[in-house]
Design a protein around this ligand. Structure first.
Ligand SMILES: *[C@@H]1O[C@H](CO)[C@@H](O)[C@H](O)[C@H]1NC(C)=O
Ligand SMILES: *[C@@H]1O[C@H](CO)[C@@H](O)[C@H](O)[C@H]1NC(C)=O
Ligand SMILES: *[C@@H]1O[C@H](CO)[C@@H](O)[C@H](O)[C@H]1NC(C)=O
Ligand SMILES: *[C@@H]1O[C@H](CO)[C@@H](O)[C@H](O)[C@H]1NC(C)=O
Ligand SMILES: *[C@@H]1O[C@H](CO)[C@@H](O)[C@H](O)[C@H]1NC(C)=O
Length: 949
């Protein structure tokens, strides 16, 4: 606990622009067979060869530039565990983080496989739930349910561009992570169900009756590296196999199932038994009734005598699925599949039964079941994407620049605005990169943002000449190049645009820029950069020795219980003449608290043994009074001259303020040169520690706890402003000055800068600006006259910290105030991007919105527009009621999702069983509404004709 935070002079430094080293990503290429195999989280640059597939796996650094490498816990590493599961990349920051796989062939179909093994890598023992996207289209929810089992997820999609992104989206239920990512090219003729608007997500892929019941078949047996899971059950099924090759059709199979998979099959023991398998739909947040397609692979493996026959029907949920009896062909690979997805059934059951005159039971070699996903979302215009991506790479822009620049709107890149038309891809219309630390020349890529109307590159370090190509941007109406180091002259094309009034160009503060022909700009206007280095915190520049009489009276409120155990002693009034000649009005005011001697303090603190915190005065120590009451002792250090005035001011103030939300003083010590204040003990430390998760307080606060803390702090301030006459201004409200006790009750601390506020009292205004960077009211900053609204402003910053879990000044990557950061996001309606992800979405959204709104009102530029603390208290009370109504109403463990998901391990979702039943030729012609295709196309019964081949 540190009632006084570290104090040091404010350093008014200009933003030192960190030279962003132009880390160029190695253009990671697919290997010679077009595969990309990534071991996510693998450190270093060396690739290695996977034991089973003999494929080379590469580290992921070239595919992603966010997240961090983590190792899974040792207890989850077994000798047979594939190396790519040993580590993960996790993404604690940002809502969306993406891998970009480049240099692929636009318009081709690709198999994408992402794998996840949690392995308690974060030691939280809490596997996350998050969403996976392919580019701008939802792929699937990832629900890791146990730490040990790897979860492989596979999709087959048609990729429209020469790159594809795989994005992990934080949905507030834990930090997304990934173990591995594979990309495998497929011919466009494969998987006819996949087209530009529809993709497939694997539910299960089984190889029936393999001779080795544990051998997974994949690359190189499957040239497309699909993973075929062995399925055998010799107790019920006969396995059939051949060593002869199973051939594809001359003109190729549309599934190209490997011969090794087709060489084995299962059949029931006798002809009257059916083959049945079934699955339950797996609802997704974006698709509560997903559609399914099944691809069943058949080949007769036995040369049948003339008098024998194998013929069967295929039914879905008891209705014929394939309209005729089907007869597998000897050693030829064939497939039965549906083109239109089956949808809306509570349960899917496929049964295969023999026809009446079949002498042999049915059989099946392999099956694949997929759900379908829509891939209709269109990403930003690809030319805009490559231009802005090149700009991001050139300047090392970080911000939230991940995934698609404009889609979805909620995750659009900061600083960009886009236009969204119905019939064409979104375009980038506005680029604001002011104050973004851009170095080097103006990228030629800016001229490739063909739809841009507004471009602000002001206040960077851009050097070199202004490219004339910018004049070719016909929609550009505003271009701001102010405050750079540009040189040369304004090119003629741009001058022409200025003259004809189609462009508003600003170029001030470029000392070397010649504005017309040869007359160089010489005026050097001073630019004040609004961003300071976010280092030393408190600014106290006290050189004035004028001391203001603190004549104030505060309403006496009920004290908290902790300090009541000590009786005030009032022996000697505190007296001290501060250095510098000023006199302190101690004569008129007496401290009504207990006075301690230094010796007593030594006893109380057990010789100053345990330090709770450190402030500008010196250290704060843990102590126990005679009656066992735990206290905090703030001892002024000998070396600190500067603290005397604040020390005394605080002691004075504390004697007259009494409120349950203001930390209370138990006593003081003025013994020779020793000075100390003794406070009630606040076991949970500062709010700042809780928000940052630093120090002892690594747990996180729930939204309700945060609201309670906000409300209580606000009540403390309201008391200072309203309950005291004249009002007291705290002048240093910040998260580090809000202390929490064991019950997490909040109390405002550190009254060293507190002063009385007299409306017409202009003489109290000194040249001393006090407060903490990031919390200081900009109006106070200009007028040097603090008001109660200065506290309101600072409180608004604290409230934003509570909402977002971020510090008052954050790196984004440039230092940005939390106010600016939150305003930008909230303006886009992105509350989830603002709310602290550690709350895991467990909060009433309206309550968070309202709190964020209060915070923004508190931090209005003009003090007149800010509410009073009394307004704030009332509003926060409503927030708390909203949240408590939600929590009272049963809560929602799903974190606000309004769907019920049933997750499935994709490799265990099937139940295959032999069902006894008598075959019959009595084929019901009732249509099930499914269009089933047979890829031979010999069966002229499909409404839409044979499948593409
Ligand atoms: C893709 O396939 C689905 C299902 O058969 C169909 O509805 C859709 O129109 C197809 N899209 C294109 C672009 O062909
Ligand atoms: C079966 O496959 C497993 C895994 O590939 C392998 O370790 C084992 O040696 C195989 N057994 C036989 C009998 O081939
Ligand atoms: C019986 O099977 C043969 C082929 O094995 C087939 O040609 C014939 O049409 C079947 N008869 C009936 C009634 O299905
Ligand atoms: C995640 O899976 C678990 C276990 O199957 C299930 O209880 C839970 O409801 C799932 N969560 C979501 C959000 O679907
Ligand atoms: C076999 O399939 C046919 C066609 O769908 C059906 O009419 C018959 O009832 C099924 N027989 C058994 C025993 O399931």
């Amino acid at each position: 606990m540190a009632p006084a935070a570290a104090r040091s002079r404010l350093l008014l430094l200009y933003l030192a622009v960190a030279a962003t080293a132009g880390v160029l990503q190695a253009r990671a290429q697919p290997d010679s067979i077009g595969f990309i195999s990534i071991d996510c989280g693998l450190p270093g640059t060396a690739s290695y060869v996977d034991d089973t597939t003999k494929l080379a796996y590469v580290p992921d650094a070239a595919f992603v530039d966010t997240g961090s490498n983590q190792n899974i816990s040792a207890e989850y590493i077994t000798p047979t565990l594939a190396k790519r599961y040993h580590n993960v990349r996790s993404f604690p920051d940002g809502v969306r983080n993406c891998y970009t796989l480049r240099s692929i062939v636009a318009g081709l179909k690709y198999l994408l496989r992402a794998t996840f093994k949690y392995g308690n890598y974060d030691k939280l023992g809490r596997p996350p739930i998050f969403d996976l996207y392919i580019g701008v289209n939802f792929w699937t929810m990832v629900n890791i349910t146990d730490a040990d089992s790897p979860v492989p997820l596979e999709a087959i999609v048609l990729v429209p561009d020469d790159f594809v992104q795989v994005c992990l989206v934080n949905t507030g239920s834990g930090t997304p992570f990934i173990s591995g990512l594979d990309l495998r090219p497929l011919k466009t003729t494969l998987y006819p169900q996949v087209n530009a608007t529809q993709g497939l997500v694997l539910y299960n892929r089984l190889n029936f009756g393999p001779t080795n019941s544990t051998a997974i078949i994949r690359y190189p047996d499957d040239p497309h590296d699909r993973v075929w899971i062995p399925w055998v059950n010799t107790a019920i099924w006969n396995s059939v196999s051949t060593t002869l090759r199973v051939e594809d059709l001359e003109d190729g199979d549309i599934f190209e199932v490997p011969t090794k998979v087709m060489q084995t099959a299962i059949t029931p023991r006798n002809v009257s038994q059916n083959i049945e398998f079934s699955w339950d739909p797996d609802p997704q947040p974006k698709d509560p009734t997903p559609g399914y397609v099944a691809n069943m692979h058949f080949s007769e493996l036995q040369r049948l005598p003339a008098n024998a026959g194998r013929q069967f029907y295929i039914n879905l949920n008891g209705k014929p699925w394939y309209p005729k009896a089907y007869k597998p062909i000897y050693l030829i690979s064939d497939a039965i599949y549906n083109h239109n997805p089956a949808r809306g059934f509570p349960h899917y059951n496929i049964s295969i039964n023999s026809t009446a005159n079949s002498t042999l039971p049915p059989m099946i070699n392999a099956v694949e079941v997929f759900s379908v996903i829509s891939t209709t979302n269109v990403g930003t215009d690809s030319q805009d994407v490559s231009a802005i991506t090149a700009i991001r790479a050139k300047y090392g822009v970080k911000k939230n620049w991940m995934g698609d620049p404009c889609v979805p709107k909620t995750l659009a890149w900061d600083g960009l605005a886009c236009s969204y038309a119905i019939s064409s891809p979104p375009r980038i219309t506005s680029v604001n990169l002011s104050f973004s630390g851009l170095d080097g020349d103006i990228s030629s890529s800016f001229a490739n943002l063909k739809a841009v109307q507004y471009m602000d590159l002001s206040h960077n370090n851009l050097a070199g000449s202004v490219p004339d190509s910018l004049s070719q941007l016909s929609s550009l109406t505003f271009l701001d190049l102010t405050g750079n180091k540009l040189s040369g002259s304004i090119p003629s094309g741009l001058l022409k645009r200025i003259q004809d009034g189609s462009l508003n160009l600003r170029y001030g503060d470029n000392p070397n820029l010649c504005t017309n022909g040869n007359s160089c700009q010489t005026t050097k206007r001073k630019t004040k950069l609004a961003i300071y280095i976010a280092v030393p915190v408190v600014l106290v520049v006290v050189t004035v020795s004028v001391v203001v009489l603190l004549l104030c009276f505060c309403r006496r409120k009920k004290q908290g219980s902790t300090s009541n155990s000590v009786k005030p002693q009032n022996e000697t009034p505190m007296s001290h003449a501060p250095a510098g000649g000023g006199s302190y009005p101690q004569s008129t005011l007496q401290l009504e608290n207990r006075r301690f001697t230094y010796k007593e303090l030594e006893m109380i603190t057990n010789n100053f043994q345990r330090v709770l915190g450190r402030g500008g005065f010196g250290y704060v120590y843990d102590g126990f009074l005679e009656d066992g009451t735990q206290v905090a002792v703030k001892l002024r250090s000998d070396s600190s001259n500067q603290g005397v005035k604040e020390f005394l001011a605080e002691a004075q103030t504390l004697t007259r303020i009494h409120h349950k939300n203001l930390v209370s003083m138990i006593g003081y010590c003025k013994d020779g040169d020793y000075m100390a204040l003794v406070y009630e003990y606040m076991s949970e430390g500062t709010l700042q520690e809780h928000i940052s998760g630093n120090g002892r307080n690594t747990g996180f606060l729930s939204w309700r706890q945060r609201l309670k803390i906000a409300l209580e702090s606000a009540q403390g301030l309201e008391y200072l402003h309203k309950g005291c006459n004249p009002p007291l201004i705290h002048r240093d409200v910040k998260a580090a000055n809000i202390l929490l006790n064991a019950k997490l009750e909040a109390k405002i601390a550190d009254f060293g800068l507190t002063k009385a506020y007299h409306d017409n009292d202009t003489h109290v205004s000194t040249n001393t600006l006090v407060g903490t960077l990031g919390y200081v009211d900009p109006e106070y900053h200009t007028t040097m006259q603090p008001t109660t609204k200065s506290d309101v402003y600072s409180f608004g910053v604290v409230l934003l910290e509570l909402v977002t879990g971020r510090p008052a000044i954050l790196r984004d990557p440039e230092p940005t105030t939390i106010i600016q950061w939150a305003r930008q996001r909230l303006a886009r309606g992105n509350i989830e991007g603002v709310a602290d992800p550690r709350m895991r979405g467990d909060h009433d959204v309206n309550s968070v919105w309202k709190a964020a709104d209060i915070a923004l009102k508190c931090t209005a530029q003009s003090s007149a527009q800010r509410p009073t603390m009394a307004d704030v208290v009332a509003q926060l009370q409503e927030c708390l009621e909203l949240e408590e109504a939600r929590a009272g109403g049963g809560g929602d463990a799903n974190g606000g999702y309004d769907y019920t998901g049933s997750s499935s391990d994709p490799y265990s979702g099937y139940n295959a069983h032999a069902a006894d039943g008598h075959s019959t030729d009595d084929v019901s012609q009732t249509s099930t509404g499914f269009e089933v295709e047979h890829h031979f196309g010999r069966v002229p019964t499909m409404p839409t004709g044979p499948a593409a081949r």
